[in-house]
Design a protein around this ligand. Structure first.
Ligand code: MN
Ligand code: MN
Length: 468
């Protein structure tokens, strides 16, 4: 082997040489990544809404010995607790050995996804076809939601206060639903419209039936027949839709993607991939130095407003309870805490190279993306993590043997996006974004790499277990 030249040595010493995890992971790590991906796919299939995610996660936490958190109680180091916020958001926590005054380690992912919510008066009949009118939730490209099988999920609270859980379209024997689109033969005018207008919000109508209730005396026989089916199965009447949260989501299952099975295609990677990674790290946390606070938030896709979003106080109220039990002031605990805002980032897509700046974009297969700031041009509306915080989190990842990358969300003037980091940092918590790079983000079928999923989980483990 020839000796390295001076230039080669200098290059090694001074310059970064990012490598794909496909080149750097050991065979054992590759095997571990594959093993990690199976239960993740299962999780995605069982948790397509924030309510389902909370329900699935609570049973996993309880199986692992977590108990419902009681305010005012002082827990010993190693104790595991959870707080269920209205069945739509969740906090899991492992009590650390350090004084609570040393701060907590917060990991914050969200469990809501873009989807089609039913309107409060959804049921209509038009030309002897029955539909549910929808109002889309989150930032989606409307045309992507037509002509694909959709399932119906949610809850209905009946007049007597009892709650019915609805899931139709997930079992292979279930019927599914869809939003119809115009045939190309007659789509001449539609195809000339900008893509934002090709399908309009009021055209996202869910086709749910065509059979009639046989009675000469009644009108809207298809609508009546549908309502009758729903009444027989769920005991609900039309007015119950007003107090319902029902939505249509893609009916398909998470699948391995690619001949080499290196990727996963599924609905809802944003942000269940980070939620699952932090959940697994939380479950495994044993006697951490700092108390872990693993939060699964709702409403991120619509601005984090409301009681279950991270602009609500539920997260700091929980930390305040921990602080009080330890005889400390909330503000002092927050000031010493660190938060990983765990949300996905855009992966560079070779089919759409123009929206990214190649040196500062995230790539599939290069590990979790550490993002100093999100927002848009001029760094508007973001948490711009201080250099010290970036360096600190990088040191934790380094100690944990984690490979990571950095990336901005697209070119400066291209658009942008944000997540919960700014709402956590508002409370004087050092916060930085970190998450998995996704292709086709917000589409009904999003793509991630298995290597990135596994390395993000390892990053969460490092964040919880490496003292600093
Ligand atoms: Mn997200
Ligand atoms: Mn999103």
């Amino acid at each position: 082997m020839c000796a390295k030249t001076k230039g080669e040595e200098l290059k090694e010493q001074l310059l970064m040489a990012p490598k794909s995890l496909e080149e750097t992971m050991t065979p054992e790590e590759k095997k571990a990544a594959e093993a990690f991906s199976g239960p993740y796919k299962d999780f995605l299939n069982r948790a397509k809404t924030e309510r389902e995610a909370v329900s699935v996660m609570v049973s996993m936490l309880e199986r692992a010995g977590y108990v419902p958190f009681e305010a005012g109680k002082r827990y010993p180091a190693g104790a595991k607790v959870y707080l269920n916020n209205r069945n739509k958001a969740l906090i899991a926590s492992t009590i650390g050995s350090l004084d609570i005054g040393e701060g907590v380690r917060i990991a914050a992912a969200h469990i809501d996804n873009p989807r089609l919510d039913l309107k409060p008066n959804p049921l209509v009949e038009d030309q002897e076809l029955a539909y549910f009118k929808t109002h889309y939730y989150g930032g989606l490209k409307k045309y992507q939601w037509t002509a694909i099988p959709l399932s119906l999920h949610g809850v209905v609270v009946r007049k007597d206060g009892s709650t019915v859980t609805v899931t139709i379209g997930e079992d292979p024997g279930d019927p599914v639903f869809c939003v119809t689109d115009l045939l190309p033969h007659l789509g001449k005018d539609q195809m000339k419209l900008p893509m934002t207008e090709g399908i309009k919000g009021e055209q996202l109508n869910l086709l749910i039936g065509c059979e009639m209730y046989r009675d000469e005396k009644v009108s809207e026989k298809v609508k009546l027949n549908i309502m009758n089916l729903l009444f027989e199965k769920y005991g609900i009447v039309e007015r119950d839709f007003q107090s319902a949260e029902l939505c249509a989501v893609p009916a398909f299952q998470a699948r391995d993607l690619g001949l080499d099975r290196g990727m996963i295609g599924a609905y809802g990677h944003d942000d269940r991939v980070c939620a699952y990674a932090q959940l697994m790290a939380e479950l495994e946390a044993k006697d951490p130095a700092h108390t872990t606070v693993t939060v699964f938030a709702d409403k991120e896709e619509v601005g984090s407003d409301g009681t279950t979003g991270l602009r609500s106080h539920f997260l700091v109220d929980f930390i305040e309870d921990l602080a009080q039990a330890g005889g400390r002031e909330l503000r002092h605990v927050l000031a010493k805490s660190v938060c990983l805002s765990a949300d996905v980032n855009a992966a560079f897509d070779p089919s759409f190279p123009d929206v990214c700046e190649k040196r500062n974009t995230a790539y599939l297969g290069y590990g979790p993306v550490l993002t100093k700031y999100t927002g848009g041009g001029g760094k508007s509306s973001t948490n711009d993590a201080p250099a010290e915080v970036v360096a600190f989190v990088e040191s934790l990842l380094e100690k944990g043997g984690v490979t990571w990358q950095t990336g901005e969300l697209g070119k400066i003037d291209q658009g942008g996006g944000g997540t919960v980091a700014k709402y956590v940092s508002y409370f004087n918590v050092d916060t930085i974004d970190m998450g998995v790079a996704v292709l086709s983000m917000h589409a009904p079928f999003e793509v991630i790499s298995k290597a990135d999923l596994y390395m993000t989980y390892r990053a969460m483990v490092a964040f919880f277990t490496q003292a600093g």
